[in-house]
Structures are given as structure tokens and as C-alpha cells.
Design a protein around this ligand. Structure first.
Ligand code: PEP
Ligand code: MN
Length: 506
């Protein structure tokens, strides 16, 4: 926080002051609206429609529940402690049109298969989060763009405006549409999982026919055989008494960019029974020899949400929200909003993140130092990661936030390239290189790379070059359908999971 005094680093007065949340409310971000990055400013004439949409959003039921949010936080605590791995993936910009049975199924099937490979490789449980059911808003580098010689507002995601040239004006009715498309997507995900979509008793279709390289092909086949045999063995010995092979946990996430949407879906709700006390939530974060240990432990009787009435604010539009690289300024509106909610929060960390800012963000959003509350999503680019990541790791791991955060690698957003023809792409090799460097650096620094954050789709798109299919720049036009950043297709995404698994098993 702005009034944080580093000489009081970690003392109870600092913690207590911040955990009371000052004057936070779901609306308090508006105080910072003036200096807001990527603001959504609706024209005066649609103000009544905006009021109406927000009033309606305030009444509709939550999409996710506090019990689920607390459950995800418990899983992320395991990730922060090195006991589990986090797989997060989905489209860069989810469109309302993606709300269809097949694309939803292919995406959850892909994430499920990748998670099986990662469980096999890392020998750890995998926490699955989709960039799905609400990833409708995009930050843009410029508010306008030239289309056919005409300057028009940039496409900012279906929640704000449309991609077609004549629907670029901001339309508040889209906020409500976003809610219903989210609800529908999430409903199908829940239904499919509850009906055995992720039932590991059935054989999974791995289709590795595209892998032309014989060495790779046999390497991947060996992994698949090993996974299949392990599952068969578990079934044979009756290891599935709890029905754990029948379904899996799956959580949703999106960038908390449009606060006119997030605010009305933020609800003061009863804290569920699975809410940990602060002591439990802190876990490994505070070591016995930490100067603040005794002061902090004296307050450990209160639940993590610190509210004597037993209620707390939850963002009910998704389980996990993140703040983007362009909006993570400590004194900005987005951080003001995020610091008040119970959900786990992701923070994008890149080449322009200073170490003082990074620590200030942690102290602002996670003053109680709940383990796993914050996921640091690092995205530097393959050529910069070695120069930048160690400094960020040292800053965090040598501070009072040691062993407190999930470190997650986003190998996508620092590796954008534009072809000679002006097509946005990413090279599979760069993506893998940044991931491998990140794994190696964490190992060297004694920290733990807890997860990956990927832009992917289950459809056979041609947006990133490279991978076993050998997609070349000339192939990009074959099936390039992204409205924003280029995504890994099913084969490339699965291959990345195989490569990570191999790295662990090597
Ligand atoms: C994104 O995740 O789609 C994105 C815009 O990332 P970043 O904020 O890291 O640029
Ligand atoms: Mn993106």
C-alpha cells in the first residue's frame, strides 16, 4: 500500500492495518478511476443502459461459490508448497461464439489430457484452471486501429464491443450477455464433468499420428502407455473406492479487466466451513525465526477473512482472477479492486515490473500472507527470462513472502512475433525455451516452478509455428481464427505437456 513503511516490514500493525482493508468496498476502485489504465468509459447516452445492466448483474445468482473458491485456494496452497502443479489454459480472447458444445468439450478434454501427462511427469497432483467461461475482455495497446484506411475503435473483447467493424462502439448490454454466456459455458463444463466426461475408467483418445519424428513419437507413446497402464492397474486393484477416477476438479478464470462487470458480481457472503484460520492459511509462510512471528501468531484465531461477522467479499464471476501486465500498477483501480476479494489472484509479471512494485503488490493484495493466495505469472520472453527472473525470485523469496506465492510461467506473452505478412504468431521453440529456462532458474534459486499458463485451444488452428506437425509461417493462413493472440493448437499444447513431463522424468 502507499502507506506501507518498510521499516515496519512484517509487523502486526502493518498486517492488521491492511487486513482491515481500509475503506475498501466493491466500488472503491472508482476513487482511482481517473488514473485507471485501460478504462472502460461508456458514452453519456448509454449511461441508463449501463445502470440497468449493472443493476441486473447485482441480482443474478453467483456463478461460483465461496466453498469452491476456498477449495481452489487450498489447492493453490499445495502448489505454493511444491506439492502440486498448476495447469491454466484457454483462449486469449474467449468469444461469445465459443459457447458451443464441441469447442468447450475439446478444450476441457485437452486440459484433462495435458494434466494426465503432467501428473505422470511431475509425480504430483495437478490443479486445473481454464481461461474459460468469462475471458471476454482484452487490454489493447491502442484504443483505435486502422481498418481499410479508416480509424475505428479497437476490438476490446465481446464483453465490451464486437469484432465486426460496425459494432465497435461500447455496448453495456454486452456485460449482461457476458454473464449469461459464462453461465452457459460453466453449466456445460459442470454437467459434462459430473456425467463422466473426465471418467478415467474409459480409454482416452491420444491420437499421436501427426508426430512424424520417430524418436519423439516413441517417446510420447511410451508416456501414453505408462499412463494407460497405471490407470488400468488402479482400476484392477480397486484403488478407486472414492470414485476419484470418475471426475476431476476444474476451475475458471479470467482477467479482471472490466470492473463494471466484476463489481456487481462481488458479493458479501457467509464464509464457508472450509475457510481456514489465518494460522492454517499462513502455513509455511511465516517461519518461527521471523521477527513478526509471535506478533502474528497472536492473531491466528481469526479466520483468514478477518471478519467477525463471518462474511467476506467474493468475486462470484470466476474462481480465479488475474491482473494483466498493463493494469497492475500498485495505485491503480484494478489493484484497488482486487485487494478486497477472497479469491486467489494472479499477477502478471514482466520485463517492466520493478522489484519494489512487485513487493508492494504482494503487500497490498495479500497483506495477511496467505500461502497460495497470489500466483505470480511470469512472462518475459525466451531471450529475457535469464536476465530478469532471478532478480524477481530473489526479491520475493528473500522477503516476508518467501514460500508464499505460486510461481507460474506464461511462456506466451513475451514471445509474440509478427511475420513479414504482418501475421501475429509465436514460435513453439521460443515458448518451450522460456519454459525450460524458467524451470532451470527456479531449480537454481531454490524456488519451485508451480505451474504453466498457456493460450491454447482444442481446435486444429494454425496460429503458432513449429511443433511436431512442423507448422511453418506459410501455413498460418490455413486455419488462423484467433481474434487476439495466437494459440497453441491441440497437438502443440499436448506436445508441450510431454516435453515438460520428460524434463521432470529425465
Ligand atoms: C493475456 O493474458 O491475454 C494478456 C493480455 O497478458 P499480459 O497481461 O501478460 O500481456
Ligand atoms: Mn493473450
Amino acid at each position: 500500500m502507499a502507506n506501507y513503511d518498510s521499516s515496519r516490514n512484517g509487523t502486526i500493525s502493518h498486517v492488521a492495518q491492511d487486513t482491515l482493508h481500509g475503506n475498501w468496498s466493491p466500488q472503491s476502485w472508482r476513487i482511482k478511476e481517473q488514473q485507471m489504465k485501460q478504462p472502460t468509459i461508456y458514452p453519456q447516452e448509454v449511461q441508463p443502459a449501463l445502470d440497468q445492466a449493472m443493476a441486473r448483474l447485482q441480482k443474478v445468482p453467483p456463478l461460483v461459490t465461496p466453498t469452491e473458491i476456498v477449495k481452489l485456494k487450498a489447492s493453490l496452497k499445495e502448489v505454493a508448497q511444491g506439492k502440486a502443479f498448476l495447469l491454466q489454459g484457454g483462449d486469449c480472447a474467449e468469444l461469445f461464439d465459443y459457447c458451443e458444445q464441441n469447442p468447450i468439450e475439446s478444450k476441457i478434454k485437452l486440459l484433462l489430457q495435458m494434466s494426465m501427462v503432467l501428473i505422470w511427469g511431475a509425480n504430483k497432483p495437478v490443479v486445473r484452471i481454464g481461461r474459460m467461461a468469462g475471458q471476454y475482455a482484452k487490454p489493447r495497446s491502442s484504443p483505435t486501429e486502422m481498418v481499410d484506411g479508416k480509424e475505428i475503435p479497437s476490438f476490446r473483447g465481446d464483453i465490451l464491443n464486437g469484432f465486426s467493424r460496425d459494432s465497435r462502439n461500447l455496448d453495456p448490454a454486452r456485460l449482461l450477455e457476458a454473464y449469461f454466456y459464462s453461465a452457459s459455458t460453466l453449466n456445460y463444463i459442470r454437467g459434462a464433468l459430473a456425467s463422466g466426461f473426465a471418467d478415467l475408467h474409459g480409454p482416452l483418445d491420444w491420437s499421436l499420428g501427426h508426430v512424424k519424428d520417430q524418436d519423439l513419437s516413441s517417446k510420447y507413446s511410451r508416456i501414453v502407455t505408462s499412463i494407460t497402464e497405471s490407470l488400468r492397474f488402479m482400476r484392477t486393484v480397486g484403488a478407486d473406492t472414492a470414485g476419484q477416477l470418475q471426475t476431476v476438479d476444474f476451475f475458471t478464470s479470467h482477467e479482471a479487466l472490466v470492473l463494471q462487470y466484476e463489481e456487481p458480481l462481488t458479493r458479501n457472503l457467509r464464509q464457508p466451513n472450509n475457510t481456514p484460520t489465518l494460522a492454517e492459511a499462513n502455513g509455511l509462510a511465516i517461519q518461527k525465526d521471523h521477527p513478526a512471528y509471535s506478533q502474528i501468531t497472536s492473531s491466528w484465531k481469526v479466520p483468514a477473512a478477518h471478519n467477525p461477522s463471518g462474511t467476506a467479499y467474493y468475486n462470484t464471476s470466476a474462481h480465479f482472477l488475474w491482473v494483466g501486465d498493463r493494469t497492475r500498477n500498485v495505485n491503480g483501480a484494478h489493484v484497488e479492486y482486487l485487494r478486497g476479494i477472497q479469491n486467489p489472484i494472479g499477477i502478471k509479471v514482466g520485463p517492466t515490473t520493478s522489484t519494489p512494485d512487485l513487493l508492494e503488490l504482494l503487500r497490498t493484495i495479500n497483506p495477511a500472507r496467505e500461502v497460495g493466495k497470489i500466483t505470480l505469472i511470469t512472462r518475459y520472453g525466451a531471450s529475457k527470462v535469464r536476465a530478469l527472473l532471478p532478480t524477481h525470485i530473489r526479491a520475493v523469496e528473500d522477503s516476508e513472502y518467501a514460500r508464499c506465492c505460486v510461481w507460474q510461467c506464461d511462456p506466451m506473452h513475451g514471445n509474440g512475433k509478427t511475420t513479414k505478412e504482418g501475421i501475429k504468431t509465436r514460435h513453439f521453440q521460443d515458448i518451450f525455451d522460456e519454459l525450460l529456462e524458467t524451470l532451470t532458474i527456479h531449480k537454481m534459486e531454490g524456488s519451485y516452478l508451480g505451474g504453466v499458463h498457456l493460450e491454447l485451444t482444442g481446435d486444429p488452428v494454425t496460429e503458432c509455428v513449429g511443433g511436431s506437425e512442423g507448422l511453418a509461417e506459410e501455413d498460418l493462413n490455413l486455419n488462423y481464427t484467433s481474434y487476439c493472440d495466437p494459440r497453441l493448437n491441440e497437438k502443440q499444447a499436448l506436445e508441450l505437456a510431454f516435453l515438460i513431463a520428460n524434463h521432470y522424468r529425465a
